[in-house]
Design a protein around this ligand. Structure first.
Ligand code: GLU
Length: 281
């Protein structure tokens, strides 16, 4: 077991160097993406899309970028031969992820990004590396909203381009009124002021927002979907996808994945589950 893992890690580094070398030369995808150097001895770099406003997952703080997605992305980058110092983080709002990938503005996206068939028509995914569930966040004093069956006449906030907003439109359009914003932090102000009655998205995001706003909100805790988080990348980049999958598997196996969950999502009440099976190959 151990022997084959070592061999595999060696293969990843070798393959990653090749992939990055190919990326650094001859790529005309413009923007600020891709690796630096290319004229020998240059520092390889990566531009990675994350969220900037999701505590516990992807958050821009005065101390830098923090969260589970940041740690997963940093681990993957390292396996691809890129140090944390050479990662450029690019904010990737829910509605812009496919475009950022397709335009080459990012090398890949690690941003609570659910793998869906619709998105797979535009981008490829590696993973999944986590399974979240759509849920509801309400004010601490709320007693009327107990799950997706109690949304009659309620105002729900979610984010444009998310699977969460889409599910409300598909399944709860008759009961609930949906307000769509650009990011989940904007929904928080609405929940606080009473402009909306609940925020709906993944339990990971909602639990992080609840922990960051202690005493104000509570998670309903009735998950009503499976959100398989994948790493989104350009269609057809099979070598990169294989390398990312190998990095994710290594992170599962060496304990770094469980440690990253405990560190980032533990304060919001999560424990590391069994890792999911990697299906996007
Ligand atoms: N995981 C869901 C999605 O990919 C909701 C979270 C988000 O908007 O990032 O759309």
């Amino acid at each position: 077991m151990r022997f084959s893992r070592v061999l595999r890690a060696g293969a990843i580094v070798a393959a990653a160097s090749l992939a990055l070398a190919a990326c650094g030369t001859g790529s005309d995808d413009g923007g600020d993406s891709g690796s630096g150097g290319g004229d020998g001895g240059g520092t390889e770099s990566l531009t990675i899309g994350i969220k900037f406003d999701q505590p516990g997952l992807g958050q821009k703080t005065p101390n830098g970028y923090e969260g589970f997605d940041v740690d997963v992305a940093t681990y993957i980058a390292k396996e691809l031969g890129v140090d944390a110092a050479n990662i450029e983080w690019k904010e990737s709002p829910s509605a812009e992820r496919e475009n950022l990938i397709k335009n080459g503005d990012v090398d890949f996206v690690v941003a609570t990004y659910s793998i869906t068939d619709e998105r797979k028509q535009e981008v490829d995914f590696a993973g999944p590396y986590f399974v979240a569930h759509q849920d509801l966040l309400v004010r601490e004093a709320e007693t009327g909203i107990t799950g997706p069956d109690s949304l009659n006449g309620k105002k729900l906030c979610s984010v444009t381009g998310s699977t969460s907003a889409q599910r409300v439109k598909d399944e709860f359009a008759e009961q609930a009124q949906l307000q769509e914003y650009g990011g989940y932090s904007e929904c928080v102000s609405g929940l606080e002021s009473g402009a909306v009655d609940a925020i709906t998205t993944d339990n990971t995001i909602l639990a992080g927002l609840a922990a960051a706003n202690e005493g104000k909100f509570k998670l309903v805790g009735e998950g009503f979907s499976d959100e398989n988080y994948g790493v989104g990348l350009k269609k057809g980049e099979t070598q990169m996808r294989d390398d990312i999958n190998a990095a994710i598997q290594k992170m599962f196996d060496d304990g770094a994945w469980a440690a990253a969950i405990e560190k980032n999502l533990g304060p919001a009440g999560f424990e590391a589950p069994e890792p999911p099976e990697i299906t996007e190959k």
